[in-house]
Structures are given as structure tokens and as C-alpha cells.
Design a protein around this ligand. Structure first.
Ligand code: FRU
Length: 479
């Protein structure tokens, strides 16, 4: 939603209790609230931030402007989880309340060090002429949730980047802390800077080099770069804005991509043996994906189900955006797989053989197998008039298509109403999670993923089989 700058950057203290109550009442009116996904209490949710393991639990923050469905003065909101499925807001927030983050506590990462959580993030600072000074800054969060910001700036804007320099990710590689930061060059192409913590002191960062990962630089900015390790392979996840479609075909306004690499030369800042660039997700919305390696070694990721510069049907209710399920990464036959963690099965409450049905409230999982040599077609969020979200699993031509053109309230149609990916012509396993206004589809155990929003009208709760003979199970999910 387009709101004037003076509203979006109004100081938090200047919002009256009355105004806040009205926003909360408006949010409560929405028919589209999700149940087992994270969404903002109020306002806009964008990137996952500070995904980490701290004090015996998983921590995950979200970027948020709490006063409406727009990108304003951002804060981080803290949630925690023991099982990566049930997340609770703790009430802790990283506020934009310091001269070094005066215009927003922008995205970043976190890492547990000596019983405290180190938050490494971008302070968005603007001067009176609205000229931006992006600062990479830090804070400690203790076990009680007290936040203590560092007075020093950890990384200043280098000479060879524009004002677009943000989203530091800290990671430990072979016992040494490194950080990567997304950047735009003076020639307006995207790149990534690599730093090392001198003597592992996270207050002292030395520049190693601009990360070589076989990028062509056709994008104008790289947001939210993340490096995770999957079976010793470095996997680079990133959001290259404006990427040329000759480099990679994608349909969303901004793509979210990855490369699988063979090794990491830390001295020369090289990710060796980088694969071709790939789409991380084929759905209508998945962006700014953040990952980290948990203490047990698993590479876990979570995505923003939303995108910059898109208006959503929930905007009228003063909120927007949600977080994806947590997905675990693995590599098989050189391919990246993303799959919900095992604990997601805890949400299953009833189990039935899959047949057409009217669901109670669009809160379910389908685990289906589509046979080879046929075109299978499902209509989800279906009503009696034939409207709904069409999912076509075509094992004759090797394609999966998601068609949102007849599904619920229409929005963002300028970016097309269908999404597609290639699959093999073998029998195909499709696991689908539906949560009121979210759908996440995992094909062949997460070899391809479609993440999307759908905003059904009243009564659009059906599941219909339009073609083919998929078999499997329907589970009702309860949070
Ligand atoms: C990505 C992003 C980040 C930035 C944050 C601000 O969606 O633009 O690059 O840190 O959002 O909210």
C-alpha cells in the first residue's frame, strides 16, 4: 500500500493508543488469518531475520512496520520455537531507536556467542536531505530478552558501493566467523562483500574481498545473501533484484535464487565450482530467504511469503506478509531439495484417504502421488461455480502448473496468473500444505517448491479432482 512518507516514518512514540487500537481492530476483521504460519500481529511483515539457535531454542525475527501494510520505519520482532513448527512471539523487539538505525532496523542475522545472541544488522540512516547512510551494526540480546546496542559501527559503507549495502549474514566456517553483505556497485550491479572477524572478535571485521561465485552482475542489487553448508557444499541463497531474464527465467517481480558450490576459498573470497543460478521457488511469492546451519549441522531456511512492491488483499486490514514453513536443505544427485521439517507431522489431526471434499476451513495437508503418463488436475480453494486454484501435474509433458486466475480475490495480476516448472515424466509425489490463505507445494520431496498466497472468498474451501487419478492422503491440520 502506498502511504505518505511522513506516516511511514512517524516515530513509534507518536502513534497514539487510539490509533493502535484501531489498527488492531482492523487486523482482527480479516477473513484470511493463517494458523500454523507466522504473520505479523499488525502491519507489514517482510524478511526473516536473525534465524538462529539460542538458549536451547530456535530464534526467528521478522522485519516489521507495525502501523499498516506498507514499508515504513522497520523493527525486528522476535519469535521462538522448540520444534521449528510452533513459534511464539516473545514480546522482544529490536526497535529503530538509536542514531545508527534511526530510519529502520533493516535485515540481518544472529549467532549465539557466550550465552548471548549477537544480532548483526543494517542500520538504515538518512540525513535531512533523505540521503542514506547504510551502517552494519550490532547488538546483544540476553536470555531475558534485553537488547544492548553497540555504540560502534561494525562495517562502514565502502567506497565502491552505493547506498545499497545491507543484510549482513554472520556464519561460522571451520571455527572462524565470516560475514557476507549484499551490495550495489557504483556501476549499479549487484555483488557480495566477504568479511572476516579478526581473531574471531565480532566487533572487528576485516574485508577479505568481493565474493566470486560466478555471478554475471546483471542484477542491480543483491539483497539478503546467505551462505549455508549442506553436506560440505556451500550453498549461496540470494535475492538478485533486476536479474536479466537471459541469465535465468523467472516470473515474479524479483527472483530468489541459489547456487550450489563445491568449496569455499576463504582467503581469496571464492566459492569454487558454483553451479548455474537456479530459482529457489516457483510460486508467486517467496523472497529474502534466510538460512543458517543449526548446531546439529542441519541447513534450515525460511522465506518471506510476499514480495517488495506488491499490494495484497489484506492491505485493507492493515497487515501484509507471512513467513514460510521452515525447510531443511539437502543435496541429492547434485540437486537441492527443500523439505518441511519432520515435526510438521505434529499438526496432523485427522487422516483420510484422498477424495474430493469440502474442507472445514482450508487448513490441511495433502500427500499425493500422481501416476506417470497422465495429466492430473486439482482445484483447491474450490467453490461450486468452478472457481479455484488449479494445480496441474502433467507427467506426459513433464510440467507442473499453478493457475491462480480463478482463485479468490485477484491481485498482482500484472506479474501473470500462472507459474510453472519442469518435472520428469515419472510418477510424481506432491505434498501440499494449505493454511487459510497460504499454499506451499513440495514436488518430489522438495526438488521443486511453489510458495504462494491465495485469498479465497467465503465458501471457497473445496478440493476437486478435475483430471487424472492421483492417490494419497488428506490430513486436517490443527495448530
Ligand atoms: C529485502 C529488504 C532488505 C532490507 C529490508 C528492509 O526485502 O529490502 O534488503 O534490509 O528488506 O525492510
Amino acid at each position: 500500500m502506498n502511504l505518505p512518507q511522513e506516516i511511514r516514518y512517524k516515530a513509534y512514540a507518536d502513534w497514539t493508543a487510539d490509533e493502535i487500537t484501531k489498527i488492531k481492530e482492523n487486523v482482527a476483521k480479516s477473513p484470511w488469518h493463517v494458523t500454523y504460519h507466522i504473520e505479523p500481529k499488525t502491519g507489514l511483515l517482510n524478511d526473516p531475520n536473525g534465524f538462529s539457535y539460542f538458549n536451547g531454542k530456535f530464534s526467528l525475527f521478522y522485519q516489521n512496520w507495525p502501523f499498516g501494510a506498507a514499508h515504513g520505519l522497520k523493527q525486528w520482532v522476535h519469535t521462538e520455537s522448540e520444534d521449528l513448527v510452533h513459534f511464539t512471539e516473545t514480546g522482544v523487539v529490536l526497535l529503530p531507536d538509536h542514531p545508527h538505525d534511526s530510519h529502520g532496523a533493516y535485515s540481518g542475522s544472529a549467532y549465539e556467542i557466550d550465552d548471548k545472541l549477537f544480532l548483526f544488522y543494517t542500520g538504515n540512516v538518512r540525513d535531512e536531505n533523505w540521503v542514506r547512510d547504510p551502517l552494519q551494526i550490532g547488538a546483544w540480546m540476553d536470555k531475558e530478552g534485553h537488547i544492548e546496542k553497540f555504540e560502534e559501527v561494525l562495517i562502514q559503507q565502502p567506497d565502491d558501493v552505493t547506498e545499497h549495502f545491507r543484510d549482513p549474514q554472520i556464519f561460522d566456517y571451520q571455527g572462524q566467523f565470516y560475514a557476507i553483505v549484499g551490495a550495489q556497485s557504483l556501476e549499479k550491479s549487484g555483488f557480495i562483500k566477504l568479511y572476516k572477524a579478526t581473531n574471531n572478535n565480532i566487533k572487528q571485521w576485516e574485508f577479505i574481498g568481493n565474493l566470486e561465485f560466478g555471478g554475471k552482475g546483471s542484477e542491480y542489487m543483491i539483497e539478503c545473501p546467505n551462505l549455508v553448508f549442506v553436506d560440505n557444499h556451500p550453498v549461496l541463497l540470494y535475492s538478485p533484484q533486476g536479474l536479466d531474464k537471459s541469465e535465468l527465467n523467472y516470473d515474479n517481480i524479483y527472483p530468489n535464487t541459489y547456487k550450489i558450490c563445491q568449496s569455499f576459498d576463504t582467503q581469496n573470497a571464492i566459492l569454487k565450482g558454483a553451479s548455474e543460478i537456479q530459482n529457489l521457488d516457483y510460486g508467486f511469492e517467496a523472497y529474502a530467504t534466510q538460512g543458517f546451519n543449526a548446531p546439529d549441522g542441519r541447513a534450515l531456511i525460511v522465506s518471506w511469503i510476499g514480495g517488495p512492491d506488491v499490494d495484497y488483499p489484506t492491505d485493507q486490514y492493515d497487515y501484509q506478509g507471512a513467513m514460510s514453513l521452515v525447510k531443511e536443505l539437502s543435496i541429492r544427485d547434485g540437486k537441492l531439495y527443500q523439505y518441511p521439517v519432520e515435526a510438521i507431522k505434529e499438526l496432523r489431526s485427522t487422516e483420510e484417504t484422498f477424495v474430493e471434499k469440502t474442507t472445514t476451513d482450508n487448513c490441511y495437508e495433502l500427500d499425493l502421488t500422481f501416476p506417470a503418463n497422465e495429466i492430473g488436475e486439482l482445484l483447491l480453494f474450490a467453490d461450486t461455480k468452478g472457481n479455484g486454484l488449479r494445480l496441474i501435474v502433467d507427467t506426459i509433458n513433464g510440467k507442473v502448473t499453478l493457475d491462480r486466475s480463478q482463485a479468490g480475490v485477484q491481485y498482482a495480476t500484472d506479474f501473470g496468473t500462472t507459474r510453472q516448472c519442469d518435472i520428469t515424466t515419472n510418477k510424481t509425489q506432491v505434498r501440499i500444505f494449505v493454511d487459510k490463505s497460504i499454499i506451499e507445494i513440495f514436488i518430489n520431496k522438495g526438488e521443486k517448491v511453489f510458495t504462494s498466497r491465495v485469498f479465497p472468498e467465503a465458501g471457497q474451501t473445496g478440493i476437486k479432482l478435475l483430471a487424472g487419478q492421483p492417490t494419497g492422503t488428506y490430513f486436517e491440520l490443527k495448530y
